[in-house]
Design a protein around this ligand. Structure first.
Ligand SMILES: Nc1ncnc2c1ncn2[C@@H]1O[C@H](COP(=O)(O)OP(=O)(O)OP(=O)(O)O)[C@@H](O)[C@H]1O
Ligand SMILES: [Mg+2]
Length: 359
C-alpha cells in the first residue's frame, strides 16, 4: 500500500473573512480522505498566531477551536530544509515534513499571495494559484489591467489613487463620471466579500462611494455598471484546465453586496435561468481562456456578466480561493458537473503534488 501523504489544512487568518474560512475548513476537514492523507489542522488566529489544532472539526466555526486544551503553537517557517511544520511542544520543538498544504483561507494574507510566497520559500506544494498569480487576482486594478492586456471583454474602468484624489477631488470625480457614465461601481482594489463596494447613480453617491472605498484601501477601481445577468463558472486543473457547468446568481438586492451574499435570501440557479445554452458554452470557454491567460493553476472560480441587452459576455473577476463550505458555489458547481466534494479535494491535492514545491 502507498504511504499516506502528510497534508496541512490552514484555516482562519487575519482577514475579514476569518469566520467564513473556519466554516469552509470544517467542511474540507469533514470530507477529506483520511485513508489517503494524514492531516494536520493549523489555525491562524485573528491576530496572526499559528496553532496546531487537535480537537474536533465541529469546533471550527465561531472560533471555538482556539483553546489551550486543543492547540499547540506551531507554524510553517520559510526554511526549505524543514519543508513543513515546527511544533512547539512542552518537551521541545518537533518538525513534521509536509507533502502539501491546503490553504483554506480567504482575503488578506490568505488569497493575496502572501501565504503562497511563504510556501514557495519553504518549497512545499500547495493547493491553488501561485504567489504572483494570487497577487494579480486579488488586486482588482491589477486583474483588470492584465485582462485588458489579454484582450478580455470587461466593463470600462479607471483606477484612482488616494493621494491623487486628495489633491484634486473635483477633477478626479468629474473625469471618472465623464468616461464611465452612471451607474458606476466603486470598489477598493483589495478587499473581498463586496466590502466597501457601492453602486453610484449620481455625483453625490459617487463622492460618497469613493470615500467609502478609500476607507478600505488607498487604491480603488471605478467601473461602468453593467446591466447583466451574473454567472459563475468553476475551473479546475493545471496545464489542461476544465470548466464546470455554469451557475447564475439571483441577488436579493440591487446587486450582490455583502448583505445579499451572507445574510439575505439570494438565489442560485444551475443551470442558469436567464441565459441561453449557447451563452453558457461561451461563458465556459471564456472561463478557461481567462484562467490560462492569468496563469491560474489548481483552481479558480471565474465570475461573469452576460449583458441583458447585447448578450455580450463580460468578465467580472477571478476568485483564486473561493468559499468551500458545503453550500459554496465552487464545490456545488463541480458536484452538479459530476465531481463529488471529497473527490474534488483529492483532485486539488493531486494537482498541488503534480506541480511540486519548486515553483
Ligand atoms: N461593473 C459592474 N457592473 C454591475 N455589477 C457589478 C459590477 N461590479 C460589481 N458588481 C456587483 O457587485 C458585486 C461585488 O463585486 P465584485 O465581484 O467585483 O467584488 P467582490 O465579490 O467583493 O470581490 P471578491 O470576490 O474579491 O470578494 C458583484 O457580484 C456584482 O453583483
Ligand atoms: Mg465577486
Amino acid at each position: 500500500m502507498l504511504s499516506k501523504k502528510t497534508i496541512a489544512v490552514l484555516f482562519g487568518g487575519v482577514s475579514s473573512e476569518h469566520d467564513v474560512s473556519c466554516v469552509s475548513a470544517a467542511s474540507v476537514l469533514d470530507n477529506i480522505d483520511e485513508g489517503k492523507f494524514e492531516i494536520y489542522k493549523v489555525g491562524i488566529t485573528k491576530t496572526g498566531r499559528w496553532k496546531l489544532f487537535t480537537g474536533d472539526n465541529s469546533l471550527l466555526p465561531n472560533d471555538k477551536w482556539d483553546t489551550p486544551e486543543y492547540t499547540t503553537h506551531a507554524f510553517i517557517p520559510p526554511d526549505s530544509e524543514i519543508g513543513g511544520l515546527m511544533i512547539f511542544e512542552p518537551q521541545g520543538v518537533r518538525t513534521v515534513k509536509l507533502d502539501a498544504v491546503f490553504p483554506v483561507l480567504h482575503g488578506k494574507n490568505g488569497e493575496d499571495g502572501t501565504v503562497q510566497g511563504l510556501l514557495q520559500l519553504a518549497q512545499i506544494p500547495y493547493v491553488g494559484c501561485n504567489c504572483a498569480v494570487s497577487v494579480v487576482c486579488m488586486d482588482k486594478a491589477l486583474t483588470n489591467s492584465a485582462c485588458d492586456m489579454a484582450g478580455v471583454a470587461q466593463a470600462n474602468w479607471v483606477e484612482m489613487i488616494k493621494s491623487d484624489y486628495l489633491s484634486d477631488k473635483e477633477s478626479c470625480v468629474a473625469n471618472a463620471a465623464e468616461y464611465l457614465g452612471y451607474p458606476i461601481f466603486v470598489k477598493p482594489a483589495n478587499a473581498g466579500s463586496s466590502v466597501g463596494i457601492t453602486k453610484a447613480h449620481d455625483e453625490t453617491e459617487l463622492e460618497k462611494g469613493i470615500e467609502i472605498a478609500f476607507a478600505e484601501d488607498d487604491k480603488i477601481v471605478l467601473e461602468q455598471g453593467i446591466d447583466g445577468w451574473e454567472v459563475e463558472c468553476a475551473v479546475l486543473g493545471n496545464e489542461n484546465p476544465q470548466a464546470s457547468v455554469v451557475g447564475e446568481i439571483l441577488p436579493c438586492n440591487e446587486f450582490y453586496d455583502y448583505q445579499a451574499k451572507y445574510q439575505g435570501d439570494s438565489g442560485l440557479a444551475i443551470p442558469p435561468v436567464n441565459i441561453s445554452e449557447q451563452k453558457v458554452q461561451e461563458v465556459r470557454g471564456a472561463a478557461v481562456e481567462i484562467y490560462k491567460s492569468l496563469g491560474c493553476q489548481g483552481m479558480a472560480r471565474m465570475d461573469f456578466f452576460v449583458d441583458k441587452v447585447s448578450g455580450e459576455v463580460l468578465f467580472n473577476e477571478p476568485n483564486t480561493l473561493p468559499g468551500f463550505t458545503s453550500i459554496s458555489m465552487y464545490p456545488k458547481l463541480w458536484n452538479v458537473s459530476g465531481i463529488k466534494y471529497s473527490d474534488l479535494l483529492n483532485r486539488l491535492i493531486e494537482l498541488a503534488l503534480e506541480r511540486g514545491g519548486k515553483i
